[in-house]
Design a protein around this ligand. Structure first.
Ligand code: ADP
Ligand code: MG
Length: 658
C-alpha cells in the first residue's frame, strides 16, 4: 500500500467541483441561481458549442463589492448563510458557497460586476481557480460571468461530455425550468447566437408557460390554486384528455426552486386516477409554497431534491388541489371502463376484483382449485375534510357532468382498490327472470352439441381438406365484453376471458423480437413535429439509428422538436407523437444498448397492439383466440396473464350451486 497523505488543496477542489459541476448545464444552473438570488429582473444566458465553447450569464442584480470579489470564489464563501441556525430556513436558491469555487476550479472564468449606485465596477479573471489581480473597470450595474474552456484541466470529465447538441438541450431544458420558476424575471437564452427562449418577466406564470413550453402545451392547461395546512399550491395542470406519453412535462417548484420529487409526482397522478388513459401522464407546472422551515433543501449537492417535514400535508395539498380542479373544470371525465355509457349495473358495481383475484400465480396454477373470492365491500364515500380551502376558479363546463366523489387522499404511493360508488347513481337493479323449470336432466350434466357462434377459421370448410387435423375443437367465441375481453367457451365447458390487448401485445412482441428484417414503414402524409421536452428530444436524436431499426425516420427540427417522417407500418399514424414521447422517456431509463432495445420492443409491441376499448372485427378476435388456445401466448410482455379461465365448478360455486 502506498503511504497515506492528505491531498493537495487543488486536487481536493477538483474532486469537490465534480459534485457541483457535472456538465455545462450545471454551470448554467448555478450561475442563473446566483443571478436570481441577486434580485435581478432580467437574466441573459448565452451558450456556444453546448457550453463547451463559452457560457455567459448576465444579470442586472445587486452586484458584488470589489473587495469581496476574490472571496466569492473561495470554497464555502457565501453571503447567504451565517450560522448553523440559518440552515433550517433557507430562502435563497444558493447557500452552499461552492458554485463559484467549483466552476472556476475547472475552467477559465472572467467576471465583471458593479453594485447598484457604485461609480465603477470591477473585473477579475481566474484560471483553474487561481485568481489574477482584480481591476477597476466600467460595467453596467449587475454581474456578467464568462466561463470558457470548461473541464480543460480535468480530461477525465471532458471525455464524458455528450455531443454539443445534447448539452445544449440539457441547458435549454434547465432554462425552461428556471424561467418557469420565476415569471417575475425576464429570461433570455441564446444558443450559438440564436435566441431559443425569451420570457417577458411580467410576473404571470401563464406568460412564462407560453414562452417556455409553447402555445400547444399552454392551451392544454387548466389553472389550479389551492392548498391547506400551511402549504399553498398554484399553477397549471393538463386537461385529462391531453395526457402526455411521458412525465417529461411535469414541472414542480418548491419555494421557487425546480425540484424532482416522487411525492409531488405521486400526488399529481393520484389526482388524475381513473380520469386519464392508462399509459398517459398528466403534465403540469406547479408551484408549491411552504414555510422555509418546513422544507430541507440541503439534501443534494445539485439542490434538485428536497425533504419535506410534513410529507403527508404536501401530498394532500397537491392531490386535493388537482382533484378539485379536475372535478370542477376537467371536462367530461374519461371513463375508467373503455365503454363510455354502460348500463347502470355495469357502472354502479363493476366486479373489479374479479380479474384481479386471478393473479398470475393463480392463473399459472390454472385456477381450478381456488375460485375467485367475493368482492370486498367498496369503500364508503368520505366526508370532505373541512380544512381545505381550495379556490375554485372559472365556471363549470357542464352541470350535467356530475363531479366525482372526493376521494380520501391515499398515502403517498398507496393505491385505493377501486373508485368508491357514486351515491347519486341509480341503484343497481338485477332483475331476476322467472325461473323456467328444466325438464329431467340435472343442471349442467347435459351434453349439448358444440356450435361455434362466429364462423371459425380453421374449421372444416366443405370441399377442402384440413391437412393437419386440429386436436382440439376451437373455442367458441361467445362475444366480447367491455370491448376489452373476449369471452370464449371450450368444449369441455370452461369459460375463458382473454384480454385482447395483452394477447395482441405478446404476439407483436414475439414477432418483433424474432424479426430479422427491418419492419415495414409508412411515410406520413405530413411529417409530424414531436415536442417531448428538450432533454427528451436530445435523447431521441442521439438514438436515431435505434429508432431507424424500429421503423422510425426522424430528424432534428430545432427548438426541442423532432420531425417524424416515417413510422412503422403497424403503428397508427396518429399515435406517432405519443409513441415517440414514450420512447424518449424509456430511453432516459435504459442504460445499456441491449436494455434500450428491449424497452423499445416493449413500447412498440404495446403501441401496435389493438387496444382495449377499440372495436375489433371477428376475424381479429378469432386469430387472437386461436393463439391463446394453442398456448402460444400466455403472458403479455410485462408478465400479466393474457387469459383467465373459469371452470364450470368455479362458476357453480359463485352461484352457490355447488
Ligand atoms: P452561494 O450561491 O451558495 O452563496 P456561490 O459560490 O454561488 O455560493 O456564490 C458565492 C457568493 O457570491 C454568493 O453568496 C453571492 O454573495 C455572490 N454572488 C455570486 N453570484 C452573484 C451575482 N450574480 N450577483 C451578485 N452576487 C453574486
Ligand atoms: Mg450560488
Amino acid at each position: 500500500m502506498p503511504h497515506i497523505q492528505q491531498l493537495p488543496a487543488h486536487v481536493a477542489d477538483l474532486i469537490a467541483a465534480g459534485e457541483v459541476v457535472e456538465r455545462p448545464a450545471s454551470v448554467v444552473k448555478e450561475l442563473v441561481e446566483n443571478a436570481i438570488d441577486a434580485g435581478s429582473s432580467a437574466v441573459a444566458v448565452e451558450l456556444r458549442r453546448g457550453g463547451m465553447g463559452l457560457i455567459r450569464v448576465t444579470d442586472n442584480g445587486c452586484g458584488i463589492a470589489p473587495a469581496e470579489l476574490p472571496t466569492a470564489f473561495l470554497r464555502h464563501a457565501t453571503s447567504k448563510l451565517r450560522g448553523p441556525e440559518d440552515l433550517g430556513k433557507i430562502g435563497t436558491l444558493g447557500f452552499r458557497g461552492e458554485a463559484l469555487a467549483a466552476i472556476s476550479a475547472v475552467s477559465r472564468v472572467e467576471i465583471r460586476t458593479r453594485r447598484r449606485g457604485d461609480p465603477a465596477g470591477s473585473l477579475l479573471r481566474l484560471e483553474g481557480g487561481v485568481p489574477g489581480e482584480a481591476e477597476e473597470t466600467g460595467a453596467p450595474e449587475g454581474t456578467t460571468i464568462l466561463v470558457r474552456d470548461l473541464f480543460y484541466n480535468t480530461p477525465a470529465r471532458l471525455k464524458f461530455m455528450k455531443k454539443d447538441s445534447a448539452e445544449t438541450a440539457a441547458a435549454a431544458g434547465l432554462m425552461q425550468h428556471l424561467a418557469l420558476s420565476h415569471p417575475d424575471i425576464s429570461f433570455r437564452f441564446l444558443k450559438d447566437g440564436a435566441e431559443a427562449l425569451h420570457t417577458p418577466g411580467d410576473g404571470r406564470l401563464d406568460s412564462a408557460v407560453y414562452a417556455a413550453l409553447g402555445r400547444d402545451f399552454a392551451r392544454s392547461l387548466l389553472p389550479v390554486k389551492g392548498g391547506g395546512d400551511g402549504v399553498s399550491v398554484s399553477g397549471f395542470i393538463t386537461r385529462p384528455l391531453q395526457g402526455r406519453g411521458s412525465r417529461g412535462m411535469q414541472t414542480f417548484f418548491v419555494n421557487g426552486r425546480f425540484i424532482k420529487s416522487q411525492i409531488l409526482t405521486a400526488a399529481l397522478e393520484e389526482g388524475y386516477r381513473n380520469q386519464i388513459m392508462k399509459g398517459r401522464f398528466p403534465g403540469c407546472v406547479l408551484a408549491v409554497e411552504l414555510p422555509v422551515t418546513a422544507v430541507d433543501v440541503n439534501v443534494h449537492p445539485a439542490k434538485t431534491q428536497v425533504k419535506f417535514a410534513q410529507e403527508k400535508a404536501v401530498f394532500d395539498a397537491v392531490y386535493h388541489t388537482v382533484l378539485d380542479t379536475l372535478e370542477e373544470r376537467g371536462g367530461p371525465v374519461v371513463p375508467v371502463s373503455p365503454v363510455p355509457a354502460a348500463e347502470p349495473e355495469q357502472t354502479v358495481n363493476p366486479r373489479g376484483d374479479f380479474f384481479q383475484a386471478m393473479d398470475a400465480k393463480t392463473f399459472r396454477e390454472q385456477g381450478t382449485k381456488t375460485p375467485a373470492k367475493p368482492a370486498a365491500p367498496p369503500p364508503k364515500r368520505p366526508a370532505p375534510p373541512p380544512s381545505w380551502n381550495t379556490e375554485r376558479g372559472g365556471t363549470r363546463l357542464s352541470d350535467s357532468v356530475p363531479p366525482l366523489p372526493r376521494r380520501e387522499a391515499p398515502a403517498p404511493g398507496g393505491r385505493t382498490p377501486f373508485p368508491p360508488l357514486r351515491e347519486d347513481a341509480p341503484p343497481s337493479v338485477l332483475r331476476r327472470e322467472p325461473e323456467r323449470r328444466k325438464p329431467a336432466s340435472p343442471a349442467g350434466t347435459e351434453k349439448r352439441p358444440f356450435v361455434p357462434a362466429i364462423p371459425q377459421e380453421g374449421t372444416e370448410v366443405p370441399g377442402q381438406e384440413t391437412l393437419e387435423p386440429q386436436k382440439e375443437t376451437p373455442w367458441r367465441i361467445a362475444g366480447e365484453v367491455l370491448r376489452t375481453y373476449i369471452v370464449c367457451e371450450s368444449e369441455e365447458g370452461c369459460v375463458y376471458l382473454i384480454d385482447k390487448h395483452a394477447a395482441h401485445e405478446r404476439i407483436n412482441f414475439d414477432r418483433l423480437k424474432a424479426a430479422l428484417e427491418p419492419p415495414m414503414r409508412q411515410a406520413l402524409l405530413t411529417p409530424v413535429a414531436v415536442e417531448p421536452g428538450r432533454e427528451e428530444a436530445a435523447l431521441l436524436l442521439e438514438n436515431l439509428p435505434l429508432l431507424e431499426d424500429f421503423g422510425f425516420s426522424c430528424e432534428d427540427f430545432g427548438g426541442g422538436a423532432v420531425l417524424v417522417r416515417e413510422v412503422p407500418a403497424d403503428l397508427d399514424a396518429g399515435d406517432a407523437a405519443a409513441t415517440l414521447e414514450e420512447i424518449a422517456e424509456k430511453l432516459r431509463q435504459g442504460r445499456s444498448p441491449a436494455e434500450r432495445r428491449e424497452t423499445l420492443l416493449h413500447t412498440m409491441a404495446c403501441k401496435a397492439a389493438i387496444k382495449g376499448g377499440w372495436k375489433s372485427d371477428p376475424a381479429e378476435l378469432r386469430a387472437l383466440v386461436s393463439k391463446v388456445q394453442s398456448g402460444e401466448v400466455q403472458y403479455c410482455p410485462h408478465g400479466r396473464p393474457v387469459a383467465v379461465k373459469l371452470t364450470k365448478y368455479e362458476l357453480e360455486k359463485m352461484f352457490k350451486r355447488a
